[in-house]
Design a protein around this ligand. Structure first.
Ligand SMILES: [Zn+2]
Length: 322
């Protein structure tokens, strides 16, 4: 028995080649099936409840335990992931940001994914971003473009080309939030869709689909309401995010007495952790990359690994046994 667990993070899982946006960065259905074959051969998949139990009681986990987590409420999670997990008898943990489901809005970060998938020429996209920045320069007192090119270090990005990493970083972090939202929205309308609500209905699960999954034993945890960088919000807004996220879980029929938080973008701070402890949060998932160790890690700051860190073929060797 062990107290270590490999928590695997998934986002898009879809038939990419046959989808309208094959350039979306995600797992194909075939890769996902292959990865589950590998995981079943080399790991023991446990549910989020087992992790919450282990945190609460100090109980051990099976050797080479693994938890499958799915962020952001993509419709893939109902259409692809849920039937596969159900057929294999495997548990999954899902973390929807409530607003996308309740208000049919597309997350800024998802708008950028689809803009990137729709526009093959990255330099044209950077030009478009620079044009949009120019239009907002006075209103937001933006420094010259050269400032950002010099100041933004994208070397920590493990998955993207430098241009794509720069584009994402500018529109996910560097620019003032209101400017980021407006630019993401303008690019989304220009390159992807001018009907955001219809696009959102096709991109995210519905409440009914999530209730169906809850009833079938799938776990739902909180990913906040607005998918905000929670570490950048004042305490009263942090608390609002947590309360609205919990109300959404209760509405799904998911237990909200013992619950798990998943920080959008991995953003947290001490104020947020204080609020979570006060509201009875039992475990938190970060985006720090590691195998979690319940004896070592703060249960509110458990690290995860990316699906891209694990093989997608059952016969692949196990290089990172936890
Ligand atoms: Zn997310």
């Amino acid at each position: 028995m062990s107290r270590r667990i490999e928590i695997v993070m998934y986002h898009y899982v879809r038939d990419l080649a046959r989808s309208r946006y094959p350039g979306i960065k995600g797992r194909t259905v075939e890769e996902f099936r292959g990865q589950l074959d590998w995981i079943r051969a080399h790991r023991t998949v446990v549910g989020a409840e087992a992790v919450l139990d282990a945190v609460a009681t100090g109980a051990p986990l099976p050797e080479r335990a693994c938890l499958l987590t799915f962020d952001d409420a993509f419709i893939d999670h109902h259409a692809v992931v849920f039937p596969i997990l159900r057929d294999l008898g495997l548990p999954g943990a899902f973390f929807p940001p409530a607003r996308v489901v309740l208000e049919h809005r597309v997350l800024d970060v998802n708008k950028l994914h689809f803009v990137l998938a729709a526009v093959a020429d990255t330099s044209a996209l950077l030009d478009a971003m620079v044009r949009e920045m120019a239009a907002l320069r006075d209103e937001f007192a933006l420094p010259p473009d050269a400032h950002y090119r010099a100041a933004v270090d994208v070397s920590g990005n493990r998955w993207d080309t430098p241009d794509v990493a720069f584009f994402k970083r500018m529109l996910q972090r560097e620019l003032p939030e209101a400017a980021r939202t407006r630019i993401a929205d303008r690019l989304f309308r220009a390159f992807v869709s001018d009907d955001e609500a219809a696009f959102a209905r096709g991109l995210y699960m519905s409440v009914a689909q999530m209730r169906e999954m809850t009833a079938a034993g799938m776990f739902f945890g909180s990913h906040g309401y607005n998918h905000a960088w929670l570490n950048r919000l004042p305490p009263e807004e942090q608390e609002r995010e947590i309360d609205l996220g919990l109300a959404f879980l209760r509405d799904l029929g998911a237990p909200a007495d013992r619950w798990m938080m998943n920080y959008p973008y991995g953003g947290w701070n001490e104020s947020l952790l204080g609020i979570l402890r006060r509201k009875g949060c039992n475990a938190g998932l970060s985006t720090r990359v590691d195998v979690a160790d319940l004896d070592r890690d703060d249960p509110l700051l458990l690290p995860r690994v990316n699906t891209n860190d694990l093989p997608v073929r059952a016969d692949a060797p196990d290089r990172g046994a936890p």
